[in-house]
Design a protein around this ligand. Structure first.
Ligand code: COA
Length: 262
């Protein structure tokens, strides 16, 4: 498919993508790279990261990978610092790392619940917190007037209720709340644009192979009025839009904040 964006829409930008070595995260890494960005991939599995980085480099994309677990603050700090040292700036953070499994609430241990909250919710906040000084306007490698951008990948499970997903639903609800709060505070204070994307079921991802009930297939109109699953490319194009200068709303946000505080 042909991208609707100019190939240089992210030229000169540096993106750090957690969980960027597989699934939706890897498609975002690839499309950001194809549109001019340099890519740092954070993940727990060295083999997955190495393979993803080789694929990106073979496409001519400046890329490097760093092992790390978003649950560990020292890993988050090390990965953010390495990204800055390697590329000399950080413009974009994408939080795509997530943990998941299907289990009934009755069979889920509190530690299992906590594990997913730790990865998705606390991990997202930790990464945002560690990258803040590099993304805020006037931060290292930045101009005094322009901040970077954050994109959090969430889900739609918690909009209603989903079977055997209590842990992920709670975790993604927290991610959405974090996105909104940071968009307000860091948008107003630091010119950092914070957005989220909530994908439904996306084909050819670890999420769909681990989580989708077998009855969800391409013929199921009950689940999919359009009779097709979303694709990783759809999410990557939305991500590209939200982190690029194609979208820019600072005046609206500032007007809202100043009218609320007046
Ligand atoms: N069913 C029920 N409980 C489970 C479980 C499962 N399939 N997998 C893990 N848990 C529970 C464990 O029992 C444990 O709780 P306990 O100590 O009370 O027994 C707790 O979760 C932690 O398990 P552990 O194996 O130590 O966790 P981990 O750090 O290895 O991470 C995952 C577990 C599931 C999050 C991990 O497999 C993962 O990150 N997977 C890859 C990412 C992914 O799932 N991507 C899809 C995104 S949609």
């Amino acid at each position: 498919m042909e991208s609707p964006f100019k190939p240089d829409v992210l030229k000169g930008k540096v993106a750090l993508i957690t969980g960027g070595g597989s699934g939706i995260g890897f498609e975002i890494s690839t499309q950001f790279g194809k549109h001019g960005a340099s890519i740092a991939i954070m993940g727990r599995r060295k083999q997955v990261i190495d393979s993803a980085v080789s694929t990106l480099q073979a496409l001519g994309i400046p890329a490097f990978g760093i092992e790390g677990d978003v649950r560990k603050q020292e890993d988050a700090r090390r990965v953010v610092e390495s990204t800055y040292k390697h590329f000399g700036r950080i413009d974009i953070l994408v939080n795509a790392a997530a943990g998941n499994f299907l289990v009934s609430a009755e069979d889920l241990s509190p530690n299992g619940f906590r594990t997913v909250i730790d990865i998705d919710s606390v991990g997202t906040f930790t990464m945002c917190h560690e990258v803040l000084k590099y993304l805020k306007k006037g931060g290292p490698g930045r101009s005094s007037s322009s901040g970077g951008t954050i994109l959090n990948i969430s889900a739609t499970l918690h909009y209603t209720a989903s079977w055997y997903q209590i842990h992920v639903s709670a975790a993604k609800a927290a991610v959405d709340a974090t996105t909104r709060s940071l968009a307000l505070e860091w948008g107003a204070d630091y010119d950092i644009r914070v957005n989220g994307i909530a994908p439904g079921p996306i084909s050819d991802t670890p999420g769909i192979s681990k989580l989708a009930p077998e009855e969800i297939d391409n013929k199921s109109g009950d689940y999919m009025p359009l009779y097709k699953l979303g694709e990783k490319w759809d999410i990557a194009m939305s991500a590209l839009y939200l982190v690029s200068d194609a979208v820019y709303l600072p005046l609206g946000v500032r007007a809202l904040v100043s009218s609320e505080s007046a």
